[in-house]
Design a protein around this ligand. Structure first.
Ligand code: UD1
Ligand code: UDP
Length: 456
């Protein structure tokens, strides 16, 4: 099996590393590692290959920075050439960046199965480029790996066939566990002049919905200024640095004595900093997952999250960018000893460090990617095996159980004539005017209706 694995940004490299490592050991999988070049600075890209022991990519597309559309179309355009020359059996990407969207479109249009890892996350917020990217990538994928039960069930709710969705856990847990030993040797705290008894908070901010709005950045800065009972370390993402300069806020930030600003940190140093922190305030997806993994309470600097597990567990809180909400959430987490002890015992909703193994096992044993491409109705048809029909005369009075028994179709919903969902069980007979949504092979539909007519 020939697979292309793609990465484009720092979280993609981190989350792909455990998958790459296992695939590299498996003889029947031949891997081509492609870097789109969305992130290109050493501290945004290369350092992660080094820290996680992943070799240099085989192909560099060099897409670079640009608008949402320029970046996405750049990936589509440049990926086409690689797909044509390498002719893979499948293409696997992780996450929800423009690199992932471009890859999903390019491979699907070339009828090469796209495999999406970290599938099914939903923020229900279309102002986020990531929400657009992940929804399209999920639905173009021939195989989806969901990190949590919530994400898994989102896909089923959207009509995605269960046969193609696997619950794997998130490979970020694998990555964190893999580098634990190396992290313990990081000297970053000493380099930053931080002693063990300081109350430490890590901050990261880079999402468009924050950085592109001055008032939101101002809200975060106000909170940080007031939290001077803590030592705050903020590794600045290049996008954020650029914006803070534009808004003329960087100068204010630099005057705050309790705040240490750094360049983006390598993975080992960042995990050392995070795991030594009493709390983290972030808009990052990966950092939310790591906070649950390392049991560091997380104040989410966003109005929503596609990672609700954190909040359900009590280790995360949505604070947005309102200074009062940020300050009270941070103080609750830092000073409430009882809560901190409770957090220690929580399970990790993002997995147990075996996600990459699950993913590779599924790809090796369950799926013949060539078959998906050439024979499977699933790949041919996207998700059309949900069919809705108005109850024909010959089906009136037939029960759900009888219908399912004869056709092999599963009735998933029934709506009355005014479009309202009808509660039903197996004994419910179909009524005139109802619309029934069923799940089965679409190519047999006419045959099924004919059969129903004959069998009555
Ligand atoms: C991207 C992803 C986001 C992900 C993040 C990980 C999209 C839509 N966004 O956001 O989902 O959370 O990566 O960090 O795909 N820049 C540099 N050097 C670099 C890379 C970027 O200076 O190596 C600067 C450029 O000015 C660039 C800006 O950062 O315009 C933003 O980079 P970009 O890749 O477009 O988006 P991110 O904010 O990094
Ligand atoms: N990270 C890092 N150094 C930093 C900041 C973050 O190594 O200075 C890591 C962090 O541990 C996490 C990942 O980068 O695994 C998250 O990336 P980011 O926040 O850029 O993107 P997101 O996860 O929101 O897509």
């Amino acid at each position: 099996m020939r697979l292309i694995l793609t990465v484009g940004t720092r979280p993609e490299i981190i989350k792909m590393a455990p998958i790459y490592e296992i695939m590299d050991r498996v003889k029947e999988i031949e891997v081509l590692l492609v870097h789109t070049g969305q992130h290109y600075d050493w501290e945004m890209s290369e350092v992660f290959f080094k820290d996680l022991g992943v070799p240099e990519p085989d192909v560099e597309l060099g897409v670079g920075s640009g608008s949402q559309l320029a970046q996405t179309s750049g990936v589509i355009d440049k990926m086409e050439r690689v797909l044509r020359s390498y002719e893979p059996d499948g293409v696997l990407s992780v996450g929800d960046t423009n690199s992932v969207l471009g890859t999903a479109i390019a491979s699907s249009k070339m009828e090469i199965p796209f495999i999406h890892v970290e599938s099914g996350l939903r923020s229900y917020d279309f102002t986020m480029p990531e929400e657009i990217n992940r929804r399209i990538a999920d639905h173009l994928a021939s195989i989806n790996f969901s990190p949590t039960l919530g994400a898994f069930s989102n896909l089923l709710e959207e009509g995605y066939p269960a046969e193609r969705v696997f619950l794997s856990g998130n490979t970020i847990v694998d990555a964190v566990m893999k580098v634990q030993e190396l992290v313990s040797r990081s000297n970053i705290l000493r380099e930053l002049g931080i002693s063990e008894d300081e109350l430490l908070m890590t901050v990261t901010v880079h999402r468009k919905e924050n950085t592109d709005y001055e008032h939101r950045m101002l809200g975060i800065l106000k909170a940080i200024k007031e939290l001077d009972d803590l030592t705050i370390v903020w590794p600045l993402h290049p996008r954020t640095l650029k914006r803070l300069k534009e808004y003329d806020l960087l100068r204010d930030l630099k005057t705050m004595d309790h705040v240490i600003l750094t360049d983006p940190l390598g993975y080992l140093d960042f995990l050392k900093l995070l795991s030594s922190s009493h709390v983290v305030a972030t808009d990052s997806g990966g950092v939310q997952e790591e906070s649950a993994t390392l049991r560091v309470p997380c104040v989410i600097l966003r109005n929503n999250t596609e990672r609700p597990e954190l909040i359900e567990l009590g280790i995360g809180r949505i604070a947005g960018t309102n200074p009062a909400s940020i300050i009270s959430s941070v103080r609750d987490f830092v000073y409430n000893e009882k809560m901190r002890t409770k957090l220690e015992k929580l399970p990790n909703p993002y997995g147990d460090g075996t996600a990459a193994k699950v993913i590779v096992d599924v790809l090796r044993r369950t799926w013949d990617l060539r078959a998906i491409r050439h024979e499977s109705p699933y790949f041919r048809g996207g998700s059309p095996h949900y069919i809705a029909f108005k109850v024909p005369e010959n089906l009136v009075g037939i029960t759900v159980a009888r219908f399912q028994e004869i056709t092999g179709y599963e009735v998933v919903s029934i709506y009355n004539a005014s479009g309202k969902a009808v509660f039903f069980d197996l004994s419910k007979p179909f009524s005139r005017g109802e619309v029934v949504r069923v799940r089965g092979d679409p190519y047999n539909f006419q045959k099924v209706v004919k059969l129903m007519r004959e069998r009555r």
